[in-house]
Design a protein around this ligand. Structure first.
Ligand SMILES: NC(=O)c1ccc[n+]([C@@H]2O[C@H](COP(=O)([O-])OP(=O)(O)OC[C@H]3O[C@@H](n4cnc5c(N)ncnc54)[C@H](O)[C@@H]3O)[C@@H](O)[C@H]2O)c1
Length: 356
């Protein structure tokens, strides 16, 4: 490609490029957290475009630069329209632009809902693996995974958790919509067929059944306000992946050991962590970031009996890391469409005229 060309990648092309590459994706996400925690990144706050008198729909811009081997800048523009589900369409749609860190030139424009789902799920799976790694109770206890919300994000989370925590043998699933839970159960059956020992996949009637029985719980709902006020039935040491960020009451957050992806980012946009900050007037209840644990600066667990909550705001640096991986794979496997001369010729070389 020349400096003025640009690569277009469609969602299905990215699906193909990422097939059987979960370990590379996990490594790219882990390394992005580590580089970010070392300070070799630039991550302005994401910007929420909202609509008048509409609390549900939004489009978020996530600009970022990530150093290290990725050394790329860019921006993800991701829309969330929860009512799309009733129209038979996905809730989220997204575009990622990659820019050269040398010239600023756009190098690629790609569909990004696939990247976004995979980076989110990979980050949750890395968090669970990391928190559990030094768990004194041993890995035996991580056999039951509870899933609250049964959309794409929790499906990808199941896939990546099966890679990082292969001891999982039972999935307990709950959704407000029985139909969605059944679709999810059917889809997870495909994973069960691949896994040599199979999976037990059970739809439950309420989240409390999940609290009582699961050792890892992943929230990926579209709740905009806390709807869970009591987790006292949870088993000691339960790991909660609070991907959807707004399900748990601030009191629950304050009672747990809290790990986040980025303290400044997650204390925004009425997340449960933000509500807890508003309630206490400080951020002392956040123990550390996942990047600090991965860099060996902080231990993964405060107390093996305490409930640990991972709240990931979702960092643009993760999208860049996977966008760059997709870009490199596309070049290697000749995928995507190159638009030649996307940038115009220099203004000095253009033929000029004057309106007369
Ligand atoms: N933190 C991050 O980095 C990150 C990244 C991507 C997505 N997300 C969030 O993850 C969430 C899930 O995304 P998705 O694409 O899977 O959404 P989706 O719309 O496909 O699925 C969400 C499901 O949650 C269910 N649900 C809603 N409220 C519920 C409740 N109170 N209890 C149980 N189920 C409930 C819905 O019925 C639906 O089936 C969204 O809120 C999204 O914003 C977070």
């Amino acid at each position: 490609m020349n400096y003025d060309d640009i690569l277009f990648l469609k969602g299905d092309e990215i699906v193909t490029l990422f097939k059987n590459r979960d370990l590379e994706i996990l490594q790219a996400v882990k390394s992005a957290y580590q580089i970010h925690a070392q300070g070799d990144s630039s991550l302005p706050h994401s910007n929420f475009l909202r609509f008048p008198n509409n609390e549900k729909d939004r489009i978020i811009a996530l600009p970022a630069y990530l150093g290290g081997e990725v050394n790329t800048a860019g921006i993800k523009w991701i829309a969330s329209f929860p009512d799309n589900l009733s129209l038979g369409m996905e809730r989220a749609s997204a575009t990622l632009i990659l820019n050269s860190a040398q010239t600023g030139h756009p190098q690629a424009i790609m569909e990004s809902s696939v990247i976004s789902a995979k980076r989110t799920a990979a980050s949750a799976a890395i968090a669970a693996q990391t928190i559990a790694a030094q768990d004194l109770r041993g890995k035996q206890t991580l056999t039951t995974l509870g899933l609250i919300g049964t959309g794409l994000i929790n499906f990808e989370t199941v896939r990546f958790l099966l890679a990082t925590c292969p001891e999982i043998e039972t999935l307990l699933i709950y959704d407000l919509s029985r139909e969605r839970a059944e679709q999810f159960q059917h889809k997870c059956q495909q994973l069960s067929n691949i896994k040599s020992e199979g999976l037990e996949i059970v739809i439950v009637e309420d989240s409390n059944t999940i609290f009582q029985n699961a050792s890892i719980i992943s929230f990926a709902t579209t709740a905009t306000k806390p709807h869970i006020f009591d987790i006292s039935t949870c088993r000691p040491g339960t790991i909660i992946l609070h991907i959807s960020l707004r399900d748990l009451s601030p009191e629950i957050i304050l009672s747990a050991d809290n790990i986040v992806d980025d303290v400044d980012h997650v204390c925004r946009a009425q997340t449960s962590i933000h509500l807890a900050e508003q309630k206490t007037g400080n951020r002392n209840f956040i123990r550390c970031t996942l990047g600090d644990i991965l860099n060996g600066i902080t231990p993964p667990r405060q107390d093996s009996n305490k409930i640990t909550i991972f709240s990931p705001f979702g960092l643009g640096v993760l999208d860049l890391a996977l966008g760059q991986l997709a870009y490199k794979l596309a070049a290697k496997h000749n995928q995507g469409t190159i638009i030649k001369s996307f940038l115009p010729v220099s203004w000095l070389e253009r033929e000029e005229c004057i309106v007369s």
